[in-house]
Design a binder for this molecule. Structure first.
Ligand code: NOJ
Length: 555
């Protein structure tokens, strides 16, 4: 990787272009529609609820929303099992309502990104049903990966590939063939060597672009193409959605051929104005992640390194430098993200005792190892770090309220297929998908008029929008202020210069004269010269306490 960002206290990089497209330094708010707002009192979020809350989203000052899959689906993986890519699940509304949402959001200067799920369909998709009805070797089967099994009677799976959700990645159908599913058994993988598949997705892209969306978040963008002769995998760490292996030459992940598909999509987007696509690619190696954001591929890729970095200034700085260097080496810009619908909410992650293995902790839920006050202090500080950086920031609904992971959901309500497929060894991702509390009181704290599909903790009354709206110092008002200041002062600035503030803390100055300091240690750190713009918590005179961040402007 080219050293775009020299290491050392004066690290600095300059804008690569003069005027920036909207997405380069955007703040994008992720809407998990099922859990955002329920407009028809059935306990499930929907488009009507989302439309009714557009003024709230506008009040945050974000540039765009990304909506998790809202398509027709049996919802066996929260909608990432799509049965019809061109229609809305009736539980969420209709295509007309989707159009209304796109238009009304646009009128409020909020762009809409939708989720594209190209690696697999649902087993309810017309193509897969046709494949099951057709014979081995048929055109219908060739759109997926159907193979004969191994062993004398074909009774063994074609190879040793494992599903990310646990268990083998192959399931046998009655005539004896096996089909590939890298995720749930209900999510058969598409065959990207098949021209029908390629054409279909180009058409799907155009369908949503013509409806007015500004782009796409692309699901498991590092999957798609599989090695042609299906060799056994030598690496065996496909157990978690968070740790997909991406070593060079893996038969399943991060195949070089997938970049041809991405270039085809990019050409489609380039036919329109101001459209973008962001890749969900869990790629540990920056030089490989950078390949996804070459000028004729994705505009951006989620960079999950910061999400995984520990609460430590050296680790965080190395992560920022690595992310910046990787993205800018190909003319792109990093993305920053701490939470989404797949990971434990970061208030909880930051509140866990050191060395606790997070997913294992979720099963035990040992509260002696969790300090939520500390987690919230750190989360608020990390927000100022994130929003102080050049590049795009992706926020997950509810983080602006300081919501934590609901780790103690009763087993009976668990919906994530990970729970069953892992043989109850993984609790899954429902704890970060609990519906938003809008009001202090009432059924489901204002999420809807009739309860919520996952139970909310009582304490969320205090964290509701109503409890925080207009309240100085609340997490909600901290987010609003930070996003506003960022828009006013940082949007057209892609520079960053590190400032040495001694051990335990990190500080950088942006070319536009804003300095961000974050204290990871337990000692007070003197605050830099200048005018205080914002702090994540109370300062002590001229000092920044532990687990606190602040922004200063040049005097
Ligand atoms: C990544 C999505 O974010 C996750 O929720 C889903 O389960 C997998 N991809 C499979 O589509």
């Amino acid at each position: 990787m080219g050293e775009v960002l020299p290491r050392g206290p004066q690290s600095y990089f300059r804008p690569v272009i003069d005027s920036f497209p909207w997405w380069r330094n955007a703040v994008v708010y992720q809407v998990y529609v099922r859990s955002f707002a329920d407009g028809n009192a059935d306990g499930v979020g929907d488009i009507a609820g989302l439309i009714s809350r557009l003024p709230y989203i506008a009040s945050l000052g974000v540039d765009a929303i990304w909506i998790n899959p809202w398509y027709v689906s049996p919802l066996l993986d929260g909608g990432y099992d799509v049965a019809d890519y061109r229609d809305i699940h009736p539980m969420y509304g209709s295509l007309e309502e989707a159009k209304r949402l796109i238009d009304e959001a646009g009128a409020a200067s909020i762009r809409v990104l939708v989720d594209l799920v190209p690696n697999h369909t649902s087993w309810d998709h017309a193509w897969f049903k046709a494949a099951l009805d057709a014979d081995p070797g048929s055109l219908e089967r060739s759109r997926y990966h159907f193979l004969p099994g191994k062993g004398k009677h074909g009774q063994l799976p074609p190879n040793n590939w494992k599903s990310v959700f646990g268990g083998p990645a192959w399931t046998r159908v009655p005539d004896g063939e096996w089909y590939l599913h890298m995720f749930d058994v209900s999510q058969p993988d598409l065959n990207w060597d098949n021209p029908d598949v390629r054409e279909e997705f180009i058409d799907i892209l155009r369908f949503w672009l013509d409806l007015g969306v500004s782009g796409f978040r692309v699901d498991v963008a590092h999957a798609l193409v599989k090695e042609a002769d299906y060799p056994d995998a030598t690496e065996d760490d496909t157990d978690s959605v968070l740790s997909t292996p991406t070593g060079e030459g893996h038969p399943l992940w991060d195949r070089p051929e997938l970049h041809d598909v991405v270039r085809e999509w990019r050409a489609v987007l380039d036919d329109y104005q101001e459209k973008m696509m962001v890749a969900e690619a869990w790629i540990p190696k920056w030089e490989r992640l950078a390949k996804y954001v070459r000028p004729d591929e994705y505009h951006q890729a989620f960079d999950f390194h910061l999400l995984k970095a520990s609460w430590n200034p050296e680790a965080v700085r190395a992560t920022i430098e690595g992310s910046v260097a990787a993205a800018t080496s190909v003319g792109s810009i990093p993305t920053w993200v701490l939470s989404n619908h797949d990971v434990i909410r970061h208030v909880t992650r930051y509140g866990l005792a050191p060395h606790v293995e997070e997913r294992a902790w979720l099963l035990s839920g040992d509260e002696d190892r969790l300090d939520l006050d500390l987690g919230l202090r750190r989360a608020r500080a990390a927000t100022l770090l994130l929003l102080g950086l050049p590049g795009s920031v992706y926020l997950y609904q509810g983080e602006e309220l300081g919501l934590h992971e609901v780790h103690d959901l009763p087993e009976g309500v668990i919906d994530d297929p990970v729970w069953e497929r892992s043989g109850h060894a993984e609790k899954g991702r429902d704890g970060c998908r609990v519906p938003i509390p809008w009001k202090r009181e009432g059924p489901s704290f204002g999420f809807g008029d009739n309860g919520s599909w996952l139970p909310q903790p009582e304490i969320w009354s205090e964290l509701s929008v109503e409890s925080q709206d207009g309240v100085e110092g609340s997490t909600l008002e901290l987010y609003r202020a930070a996003i506003r200041i960022r828009a006013e002062r940082l949007r057209d600035d892609e520079s960053l210069e590190w400032i040495d503030v001694g051990p335990g803390a990190l500080a950088f100055r942006r070319g536009s004269g804003v300095t961000c300091l974050i204290n990871y240690g337990d000692q007070l750190v003197p605050r830099p010269e200048g005018v205080l713009l914002l702090a994540s918590g109370p300062l002590q005179g001229d000092s920044v306490p532990a687990n606190t961040a602040m922004w200063m402007a040049d005097a």
